[in-house]
Design a protein around this ligand. Structure first.
Ligand code: FEO
Ligand code: CA
Ligand code: CA
Length: 732
C-alpha cells in the first residue's frame, strides 16, 4: 500500500545562491515583513540570529582513486536478522545503529529546532532537513573538493520524496471549504504557510558531515555546502526538450528554466561525481480544470497518459492558498496547469507539468550552481538512475525504471565517450554525457532474450504519423516518452523500481516491486512478468503481490549493446507460501516487494523493501546478496508461462541484514569509500498513524528509548560495526 500522499498513478491503459543570500532575500521579499501566518524574525531565525558560515575552497578537481582493495565476502558472514515487528532498526549482533538527520533538523545555526507540536515557519524549511528521506549518496570531501579516498568527512546528498501533510503541519492537514467553489479544483483551500512548508520539505538536501573517533557522524552546521533544493528552487532545463514550445511558461517564456523539483525518489552518483536525483510521482502536486476545449486532443491524451486528468485537484492543494496571502504573484497559481481560454502558453502554466518528470543533476560541491533537469533521459515516473561501469573510449550507459503498474525500463547511451579526465568534472560532465545520446526502451522476449528499442524521432514510427502522439521532434519524444514507448511495443513491467549495474560484472539488476493488475486483461502474463497467484489463501488470484528481481547481461562487451539475455534473480515471497515461494526462500532470507537496490563497490548487492503484503509478520527490511550470473539457472514453468530463473539463492548467498521500525520503508543506500559506514533512509515510520489517532511508531526516538512517545519522523540510519571494521569485512 502506498501512503496517501505518495501517489502512484496508473496510466498505462534560483539560482541556488548561498543560503545567506536566500535568507536575506526571503526576509526582504516576503515572510518576516509580511508576517503571513504571524511569523516573526525570532520565530524564523531563533533568538540567536543567523551565524556565519565556514569558507571551504570550492575549486573543482579530479577525484582521487577510490578504495579498491576491498573484496566481497565469499559467503554470508553474519547471523541473519530474524523477522521483526519492533519499533527499532535491528541489525546483526556485531553492528550498531545511529539515527541521523531527522525531518525538520536545521542545517544552519540560528533556527529553532524541530518541534513535534509547535509550527515552524514554512520558509524556515528551506534550511531544514526535508521529509521522507529516500535515495542518497556520500561524497568524500577534502580541501573543499571531491575525494573518493576520504571517509571521515563528506557531503551527503539526500532525497526528500514527499510530505506527510498531517504530520508535518502541527495544526493537522488543515484545509477549509470555499463557499461557491464546490465541485471545482478550488473547492478546498490550504493556507500559504502550510503550502510553503510542504513545498520546502520536498526536494534534495546537501549537508557536510564528519565521522568522529566513536564512528558516529555529526552534521557540520553552516558548512558552505549545506543547502536545500526544493519544489520552489529555480532549475535549469537542458537537452532536446529545453526551449521547446511545450516547456514555455509564464515563469520562463524561453522554456529554459522551471521552478522546483518534486518527488525525489531514488538516486545515485554519476561517474563524474555529481548527484543524479529523479522525479517520480510529481503528478500529485499539480491540479487541472477541464481545459479540453482549449488544448489539442493529442495534448489532452498525453496529459491523461501522465496521470493528470481533467478536474483533478491533485493531492496537495498547493494551487489553492488565497491570493491575498501570497506575496508572490503565481507562487501558488503555478501548480494549476489549466490552459486559459484567453491566455497563451507563456501567459499561464499549462506547460509547467511538462517541466517535471526528469533526471535532475546536482553538483554537491558547487553550492552556487543550479540543479539541471536533463531532458534527454526522458520524462516519466523516474525511480532512479544507475550507470554501468565506465570504459575509456566507450559511451556512458545509464538505466532507468518508470515506477507505475505496467510501465517500462529505459536505457540511455551517451553520444560522447568516456575518458579518465572526465572523473570529477561536475556539471560539465553532465553536459557532456547527459544532454546528447540515444534513449531506448526494453522489450523482454519470451525466449530469455531482450532488445533495446530506440526512441529517436524519425525512427520506429516516432514521427507526425504516429497515432498515439504526432511527434514533431526529439523534444516531443523526451516530453511524452511513455507514448513513444507505448507505440514501439515495449514490455509492460511489474512496477520497475531501482535498477543498478554491478561495478564488477556490469550485469544489471532491477526490482519489480509488485503489481496487483498482473494477469488482468491489460497486463497479461509474460515471461518477464509471469506471476498471478493467490497470496492470501482465499482461492482468488491477486496478481504479483510480492514482486521479483529481474536481471540482464548485455551482449558483447560494454553495456551499449541493443540486445541482452535476461533471467529472474529471485521471486519475492513469504517463506511459507507454497504458491509464491518459487525461489526456495527461508525465514532468514524471505522478502516481499523489493524496491531499493544498490551494489557496493565490491559488487555486493543490497536489496531493500517497501512492502505492505508481509506486514503481518515483519517490518520492511534490507538483505545482502552475493549474486551469481545471468543464465546460471534454468527455465521454469510459472502459471503456464515459461520463464527463466537464476540459481536459487541459498542462505549462504542471500540473508537478511536489517529490519526497520514499524510502518517504515527501507530505501536508499550509500557507503563511505572505506565501507566502514553504511547510510540508509528510514522513510515514513508509523505511516498509518495520525496526530489525532496516535502512531504505532515513535522512531527515531524509540531507537534508544523504547518508551518514547515522540512523533515518528523520517531520518537516516547510520550503520557501523561495533569494532569499527569494514561492513561484511573479515571479523577482527
Ligand atoms: Fe518512490 Fe517507486 O518508489
Ligand atoms: Ca487471494
Ligand atoms: Ca522506491
Amino acid at each position: 500500500m502506498q501512503p496517501s500522499n505518495e501517489l502512484v498513478e496508473d496510466s498505462n491503459t534560483s539560482n541556488n545562491t548561498h543560503f545567506n543570500d536566500i535568507l536575506n532575500s526571503l526576509v526582504n521579499r516576503r515572510s518576516v515583513l509580511q508576517g503571513g501566518a504571524g511569523m516573526t524574525a525570532a520565530m524564523m531565525f531563533g533568538s540567536t540570529g543567523l551565524l556565519g558560515c565556514s569558507s571551504d575552497d570550492n575549486t573543482a578537481s579530479n577525484p582521487e582513486a577510490p578504495v579498491t582493495e576491498l573484496k566481497a565476502p565469499e559467503t554470508i558472514n553474519f547471523t541473519p536478522v530474524e523477522h521483526s515487528m519492533a519499533d527499532q532498526v535491528i541489525v546483526p549482533e556485531d553492528y550498531q545503529v545511529q539515527a541521523f538527520l531527522p525531518l525538520g533538523l536545521p542545517i544552519v545555526s540560528g533556527l529553532q529546532d524541530w518541534s513535534d507540536t509547535t509550527a515552524r515557519a514554512g520558509e524556515s524549511f528551506e534550511f531544514r532537513i526535508g521529509d521522507n528521506h529516500d535515495g542518497l549518496w556520500f561524497y568524500g570531501l577534502k580541501d573543499g573538493k571531491l575525494d573518493n579516498s576520504v571517509s571521515d568527512r563528506g557531503l551527503l546528498a539526500i532525497n526528500h520524496e514527499y510530505v506527510d501533510t498531517g504530520r508535518l503541519n502541527p495544526l493537522g492537514d488543515f484545509t477549509r471549504p470555499v463557499a461557491g467553489l464546490e465541485g471545482t479544483i478550488y473547492a478546498n483551500q490550504k493556507l500559504s504557510q502550510d503550502v510553503r512548508r510542504e513545498v520546502n520539505c520536498h526536494g534534495v538536501c546537501v549537508v557536510e558531515v564528519v565521522r568522529g573517533a566513536d564512528n558516529q557522524f555529526t552534521l557540520v552546521k553552516d558548512s558552505r555546502f549545506n543547502r536545500r533544493i526544493t519544489s520552489a528552487t529555480v532549475i535549469e532545463l537542458t537537452g532536446p526538450a529545453a526551449g521547446s514550445d511545450l516547456m514555455k511558461t509564464k515563469f520562463d517564456p524561453s522554456g529554459l528554466t522551471t521552478q522546483g523539483i518534486n518527488n525525489q525518489c531514488g538516486s545515485g552518483d554519476s561517474p563524474w561525481g555529481t548527484y543524479l536525483t529523479v522525479e517520480e510521482n510529481y503528478a500529485g502536486v499539480f491540479a487541472r480544470s477541464d481545459d479540453s476545449a482549449v488544448i489539442s486532443t493529442e495534448l489532452n491524451n498525453a496529459r491523461n497518459r501522465y496521470g493528470l486528468r481533467i478536474n483533478s485537484a491533485g493531492g496537495y492543494l498547493w494551487h489553492t492558498p488565497p491570493s491575498e496571502e501570497a506575496s508572490f504573484t503565481d507562487e501558488f497559481a503555478r501548480w494549476d496547469i489549466t490552459a486559459g481560454a484567453t491566455t497563451s502558453a507563456t501567459e499561464d502554466y499549462r506547460n509547467a507539468f511538462h517541466t517535471f518528470g526528469y533526471i535532475t543533476e546536482i553538483d554537491p560541491f558547487d553550492p552556487d550552481a543550479r540543479a539541471v533537469k536533463r531532458t534527454a533521459l526522458g520524462r516519466f515516473s523516474h525511480e532512479n538512475c544507475g550507470y554501468a561501469p565506465v570504459v575509456v573510449g566507450e559511451p556512458v550507459v545509464l538505466y532507468m525504471g518508470d515506477d507505475a503498474r505496467g510501465e517500462y525500463v529505459y536505457k540511455f547511451v551517451s553520444e560522447a565517450t568516456w575518458s579518465e579526465s572526465d572523473a570529477g568534472s561536475g556539471l560539465a560532465g553532465g553536459q557532456k554525457f547527459l544532454d546528447a545520446g540515444t534513449l531506448y526502451v526494453a522489450k523482454f522476449n519470451a525466449d530469455g532474450r531482450g532488445e533495446w528499442i530506440e526512441l529517436t524521432f524519425g525512427k520506429n514510427g516516432l514521427d507526425a504519423s504516429n497515432t498515439l502522439y504526432p511527434f514533431s521532434s526529439q523534444a516531443d519524444v523526451c516530453i511524452f516518452t511513455r507514448l513513444a514507448a507505448d507505440s514501439v511495443g515495449a514490455t509492460k513491467m511489474d512496477r520497475p523500481e531501482w535498477v543498478n549495474a554491478s561495478p564488477i560484472t556490469g550485469e544489471v539488476y532491477l526490482t519489480l516491486t509488485n503489481n496487483s493488475q498482473r494477469g488482468r486483461s491489460a497486463q497479461p502474463l509474460d515471461a518477464a512478468n509471469p506471476r498471478n497467484y493467490d497470496a492470501d489463501g482465499n482461492s482468488s488470484l491477486d496478481g504479483n503481490v510480492n514482486g521479483h528481481v529481474i536481471r540482464w547481461k548485455e551482449d558483447g562487451t560494454g553495456n551499449a549493446a541493443t540486445t541482452f539475455q535476461w533471467d529472474v534473480y529471485l521471486f519475492g515471497s513469504p517463506f511459507d507460501n507454497i504458491n509464491a515461494n518459487l525461489s526456495d526462500l527461508t525465514a532468514q532470507n524471505d522478502l516481499s516487494s523489493p524496491d531499493g537496490l544498490q551494489f557496493d563497490s565490491r559488487g555486493v548487492l543490497w536489496i531493500q523493501t517497501d512492502d505492505s503484503a508481509y506486514r503481518y509478520r515483519t517490518n520492511c527490511m534490507m538483505l545482502v546478496a552475493l549474486p551469481g550470473t545471468v543464465g546460471d539457472g534454468s527455465s521454469l514453468d510459472v502459471n503456464g508461462v515459461t520463464t527463466y530463473v537464476g540459481a536459487k539463492p541459498s542462505i549462504t548467498k542471500l540473508a537478511r541484514f536489517l529490519v526497520g521500525p514499524i510502518e517504515s520503508e527501507i530505501t536508499g543506500i550509500t557507503f563511505t569509500p572505506d565501507l566502514k559506514t553504511l547510510f540508509i533512509s528510514i522513510q515514513h515510520p508509523g505511516e498509518r498513524g495520525t496526530r489525532a489517532g496516535g502512531f504505532a511508531s515513535h522512531w527515531p526516538a524509540s531507537q534508544t528509548d523504547p518508551s518514547s512517545t515522540a512523533l515518528p519522523r523520517s531520518a537516516l540510519a547510520v550503520i557501523t560495526r561495533k569494532d569499527g571494521g569494514v561492513i561484511l569485512g573479515e571479523t577482527s
